[in-house]
Design a protein. Structure first.
Length: 102
């Protein structure tokens, strides 16, 4: 069964940053772009498991702090020529609250 879980106020997630949510499926990084778009990815780079939540957010991308792989926030896919993907989670913002579907 999946359910929407309230995780934070939008303002609690730093712009161009992330917040980590612990779950039974592992850590989930919830990102906020400069345009206040919110995305959620498994907090592991597909390359060597680096913590994406500690990476640099630019546009709709995050760059892994370990080896510089760039991962798309909307789809979790590595930017070519790198290959790989991390899991995405549904997220929504309603009335300033961020909800994550688990």
């Amino acid at each position: 069964m999946t359910a929407w879980v309230k995780i934070a106020l939008l303002e609690d997630i730093p712009r161009l940053g992330a917040r980590v949510v612990k779950s039974a499926r592992g850590n989930i990084a919830v990102f906020r772009t400069g345009e206040d778009q919110v995305y959620a990815l498994h907090d592991r780079c597909p390359h060597k498991g680096g913590p994406l939540s500690q990476g640099i957010v630019h546009g709709a991308w995050v760059t892994c702090p370990l080896h510089g792989w760039t991962i798309g926030l909307p789809d979790g896919c590595a930017m070519a020529p790198d290959q790989g993907r991390t899991s995405c989670f549904e997220v929504k913002v309603e009335d300033g609250l961020v909800w994550l579907k688990l």
